[in-house]
Design a protein around this ligand. Structure first.
Ligand SMILES: Cc1cc2nc3c(=O)[nH]c(=O)nc-3n(C[C@H](O)[C@H](O)[C@H](O)COP(=O)(O)OP(=O)(O)OC[C@H]3O[C@@H](n4cnc5c(N)ncnc54)[C@H](O)[C@@H]3O)c2cc1C
Length: 386
């Protein structure tokens, strides 16, 4: 570490991913400063529904990260300061249903079971027992007891509180402009508030990670994938699990730029029901698109007919940070020594944040990683194509 440094690591981005990395690093004794040009958790994290899912991932590296991260949330929540530890965590489980041919959902569940996921194929009658208000058109369901939910802004701010409690610092309203290098390695972060001397910089800029990477001399291909959510007025208990239509998995994994919608419905502790979700690659266009909201509403009523009579309170959207091969980007940048990335988590950053933080910490300290880091490395063709 350079002499006079004020941090071992400066984390750029106080979303859930930057917060989880900072929390894990400080838990291991690393001195951290977190900067964000906005308020903490004001980026994509503020748009997340808060699902912590294993149910929606194909077997492969992302599912392995999701399984590890689901367990890691338990460890992280257990070490949070008591005054902020209530992040509305609910181990509510997920229910995925098909209303057409049951074959593909059954086959998907079988693949996941083989990969170690607790995926229980259920009959329509069993699905109605779990979710009494579901459409009677269900042909098959799969129950995923491990799926959970939390409130993403509460979670990110709780993680940052732990960082502060351990002597780290969190600086909102500070724009990271570039890195300063000496002899080819990072010695500081240049910001709108002056330079912060440090031994390493972690790019956790979410959908803006490509821009910060380029400014730091190491462009990466991370793009925004727009999503919109409808929020109902608070209701008495009506949706007990995270419930979604079987075609959601296809939409998540698709690389299409065109609008895709699939029904995802869950209630929150406040009583509101969140209705998602859409996926579009339209850059950073944040206009409210009635066409998208109409399609979300129509499909949600198909899954839960009672929603047709429920008032919608508001709608909002955000930009999922998207790598072209649908895998997060986690690790050191081989082009600029001391520059690291933790980004590209697309629609799963809330769920995947704790294992990302743990992996960054393990790699940074030269410890044995708890999960194979290779699939997420920075120097893969899809990420460096920019
Ligand atoms: C509609 C919607 C629903 C979603 N639902 C879920 C869900 O249920 N479960 C789930 O796991 N995921 C979900 N996601 C995805 C999840 O929200 C993201 O993967 C996650 O929030 C990404 O977190 P992040 O910390 O990488 O990015 P962000 O939260 O965007 O944080 C990046 C931060 O970097 C800051 N920043 C950027 N550039 C700079 C700079 N140059 N200097 C200083 N600061 C900078 C920004 O201000 C921002 O605060 C959803 C996303 C959307 C859009």
């Amino acid at each position: 570490m350079p002499g006079g440094a004020t941090a071992d690591v400066v984390v750029v981005g106080a979303g859930i991913v930057g917060a989880a990395c900072a929390e894990a690093l400080t838990a291991a004794g690393v001195k951290v400063v977190v900067v964000d040009r906005g308020a903490a958790a004001s980026g994509t994290t503020a748009s997340g529904e808060g699902n912590v899912l294993v149910s929606d991932k194909e077997p492969g590296p992302e599912l392995e990260l999701a399984i590890a991260s689901r367990a890691e949330w338990g460890a992280v929540l257990a070490r949070l300061p008591e005054r902020v530890a209530d992040v509305e965590w609910e181990s509510k489980g997920g229910v995925v249903v098909a209303t057409t041919d049951p074959g593909p959902l059954k086959a998907f569940a079988a693949k996941q079971q083989a990969a170690g996921v607790d995926a229980r194929v259920i009959t329509p009658a069993e699905a109605f027992e779990l979710e009494p208000l579901l459409t009677r058109n269900v042909t098959i369901g799969v129950h995923y007891p491990a799926d959970a939910q939390l409130q993403p802004v509460l979670a990110a701010t709780a993680l940052l509180t732990a960082v502060r409690d351990r002597g780290g610092s969190v600086r909102p309203g500070v724009d990271a402009l570039s890195v300063r290098t000496a002899a080819g390695r990072v010695v500081g972060l240049e910001t709108s508030a002056g330079e912060i001397a440090c031994g390493a910089v972690l790019n956790a800029c979410g959908p803006w990670a490509g821009a910060f990477g380029a400014a730091a001399g190491a462009p990466i291909q991370v793009l925004p994938r727009r999503g919109m959510i409808l929020v109902t007025a608070p209701l008495p208990e009506c949706v007990r699990h995270k419930v979604y239509d079987a075609d959601y998995v296809g939409a998540v994994g698709s690389g299409d730029a065109d609008l895709q919608t699939s029904t995802v419905v869950e209630s929150t502790r406040a009583g509101t029901v969140l209705i998602g979700s859409s996926r579009e690659r339209i850059g950073f266009d944040d206009s409210v698109r009635v066409k998208v909201l109409r399609e979300l509403a129509r499909k949600a009523v198909g899954l839960f007919p009672f929603l047709g009579d429920v008032p919608v309170m508001r709608a909002y959207g955000g930009f999922r940070p998207y790598a072209p091969d649908h895998l997060p980007v986690i690790g050191p940048d081989p082009r600029v020594e001391g520059l690291w990335h933790a980004t590209g988590h697309e629609g799963a950053g809330i769920g995947l944040a704790p294992s990302t933080g743990r992996l960054i910490t393990e790699l940074f300290l030269g410890l044995t990683p708890h999960i194979a880091p290779d699939p997420f490395r920075v120097d893969r063709p899809a990420v460096l194509a920019a």
